[in-house]
Design a protein around this ligand. Structure first.
Ligand SMILES: Cc1cc2nc3c(=O)[nH]c(=O)nc-3n(C[C@H](O)[C@H](O)[C@H](O)COP(=O)(O)OP(=O)(O)OC[C@H]3O[C@@H](n4cnc5c(N)ncnc54)[C@H](O)[C@@H]3O)c2cc1C
Length: 280
């Protein structure tokens, strides 16, 4: 790994945003000797409720890319299917049609997984890590993007990176999407997330989907001792603190199975909710 001040050369690829997409692209390409400038405004571990349940297709894709080792070493949990709960009925659906467990998803802490990918990327000599906020895509006279302008975090100075290819993977709050794509961002609802500690799942190693409550909610393991409870909050306005309490206590708590009651009460007492928009 190099630092930005040492390099003024032409990079093969400049990746804007070392999130799940950008860091994974870099992890795949860097060992192939491709010269990459990887830019992110923040490299510390994030606590987010997104991307915590990798479906089997994502796990298989990581395998195909030779990156499955990135799922090891941070207490990620295999997930073998879903369990559905509707009033008194409950049953499970496995990802595999036989007894095998090869085809499985993974429940994890998104922040830990991302840090693991980034660590792996930054071991490569061909990667230059840049800590800064990209403010502009630089274009030539033919409107071809030739690099980016960014503000370096520590010096507050504006600098440029020149590259043959620029990938913008700057996530949900992208500054560049409106100019690069005609995709209109639509928020359909919000997820409220809380962590249940030491909660024994009714179907261990399965995502649990609860359908009989007025609002759907799901839970799945994110470590060997933690279960994420994710609750839908309809509408395009983020819930306020009082709305969250009311929503959970009236539309979720009465519909939780008895096995979850104690860990749920403990999680409510901790009052540590995360809210994230659901968007397309
Ligand atoms: C509520 C919710 C639940 C989800 N659940 C799942 C799930 O269970 N399983 C699953 O596989 N997927 C899930 N997803 C989808 C998944 O989380 C996203 O597809 C994925 O995180 C997107 O990754 P990304 O790299 O595009 O963006 P991000 O992970 O947001 O990364 C963007 C990066 O760009 C950086 N950045 C932004 N702007 C700039 C700038 N100007 N300059 C420099 N850096 C910048 C940010 O700091 C960040 O590190 C979920 C999404 C949501 C919203």
């Amino acid at each position: 790994m190099n630092t930005s001040s040492e390099h003024n050369d032409l990079f093969d690829i400049c990746i804007v945003g070392a999130g799940m997409a950008g860091a994974t692209i870099a992890a795949y390409l860097a060992p192939r000797g491709i010269k990459i400038a990887l830019i992110d405004r923040e490299y510390t571990e994030k606590r987010r409720i997104v991307g915590e349940l990798l479906q089997p297709g994502a796990v298989q894709t990581l395998k195909k890319m030779g990156l499955e080792h990135l799922l090891e070493g941070f207490d990620a949990q295999p997930v073998y299917g879903y369990a559905l709960f509707n009033n008194d009925k409950k049953f499970s659906i496995s990802y595999n049609s036989d007894d095998s467990t090869d085809y499985h998803g993974v429940g994890l802490h998104n922040g830990r997984f991302l840090q693991k990918i980034r660590e792996d990327v930054l071991k490569n000599e061909s990667v230059t890590q840049i800590h800064g906020t990209v403010s502009e895509l630089i274009e030539d006279e033919k409107n071809i993007v030739t690099g980016v302008k960014y503000r370096e975090k520590h010096t507050r100075e504006y600098k440029t990176v020149n590259s043959k290819l620029t990938i913008t993977s700057d996530g949900f709050f992208s500054s560049f999407r409106k100019d690069l794509s005609n995709n209109v961002k639509t928020i359909t609802s919000f997820f409220i997330g809380l962590v249940l500690k030491d909660c024994e799942l009714i179907y261990p190693g399965h995502g649990h989907v609860f359908l009989s409550a007025p609002t759907p909610f799901i839970c799945y393991p994110i470590s060997s001792t933690e279960t994420r409870l994710l609750i839908d909050f309809p509408g395009d306005k983020a819930p306020k603190k009082d709305d969250i309490q009311e929503h959970i206590l009236t539309k979720v708590a009465p519909f939780l199975p008895k096995e979850f009651k104690e860990c749920f009460a403990n999680a409510m007492a901790e009052d540590d909710f995360k809210v994230m928009p659901n968007h397309y």
